[in-house]
Design a protein around this ligand. Structure first.
Ligand code: XBP
Ligand code: MG
Length: 258
């Protein structure tokens, strides 16, 4: 029985968006609104435990009573402005895809693996990233783009994965999810989807129990991946064939959480 679909997270997985993309955009929005705070790289790393931009702003303000508390409408506007800044940063080509991503998408399409996205970020951000990095036509490669507020609760809640599975009528065990964070892994695992992790600056010290494999990135012929957990792929880069083997082993080991 072959793999039916690959489901991709976006932030940290398709591209390293957080530090030089989202964080900078949040700060521009705060500055524009005359707010007297700025998120440095480490502060932002701690705030990433809260997924969702609006939720993250609220979480920060709750922790910092010295700043004025904003109501939901004010946070919504602040976040809309943040999205505008973020899309502008993307259009300047500031956020490239991670190694191996474009190759895996192309190879998966060639062998008929269906593609989808399950992300916490705003839909506009996903569409802009795809358009800038892969061309407008790439939006059609993904049968479903599950993003942002289409579900009431964000990762680690499995809602966004369940939304994608339902829309595509997929069995979770016949899919592979690609994630970068422990929140993302928890979401995919609770939806019972075998998951490959590619870590980044912000997530490399997190715990990934229950993942199919953990690597620093997917790798490419001229850019070897380092494997943290799981067998090394031939040539040190992840291929669809290697994913299929890992998936068979993972399913046979009954390590899948549900
Ligand atoms: C991504 C997020 C998002 C982004 C910012 O998490 O939590 O909130 O950081 O995007 P994941 P928005 O990769 O697990 O989906 O500001 O649009 O929310
Ligand atoms: Mg992510």
């Amino acid at each position: 029985m072959p793999i039916e679909a690959f489901i991709f997270d976006v932030d940290g997985t398709l591209a390293d968006t957080e530090r030089d993309g989202h964080r900078v955009a949040f700060n521009r929005s705060f500055q524009e609104a005359g707010l007297a705070f700025e998120w440095d790289v480490d502060t932002y790393g701690r705030l990433l435990e809260m997924s969702g931009g609006k939720e993250r702003i609220r979480h920060y303000l709750n922790q910092h009573p010295e700043h004025p508390l904003l109501d939901d409408d004010q946070i919504r506007i602040l976040h809309e402005n943040k999205t505008r800044h973020y899309v502008r940063l993307l259009s300047e080509g500031r956020v490239p895809l991670r190694p191996g991503v474009q190759r895996i998408l192309r190879d998966a399409r060639e062998v008929g693996i269906r593609l989808a996205i399950a992300t916490t970020t705003t839909l506009e951000n996903v569409e802009s990233l795809l358009e800038v990095a892969l061309g407008r036509e790439s939006l059609d490669w993904f049968e479903v783009i599950g993003a942002g507020d289409v579900v009431p609760r964000k990762k680690p809640d499995p809602g966004i994965y369940q939304y994608v599975l339902d829309r595509m009528q997929l069995e979770p065990l016949r899919c592979v999810a690609f994630e970068d964070s422990s929140n993302g892994l928890l979401a995919a695992n609770q939806a019972c989807i075998p998951t490959i992790i590619t870590v980044n600056h912000y997530t490399s010290s997190q715990s990934f129990d229950g993942a199919m494999a953990v690597l620093d990135h997917l790798g490419d012929v001229d850019n070897p991946a380092t494997i943290r957990d799981g067998p090394t792929p031939p040539g040190f880069f992840v291929t669809v064939t290697w994913i299929e083997k890992m998936w068979q082993l993972f399913r046979a080991s009954e390590r899948c959480l549900g």
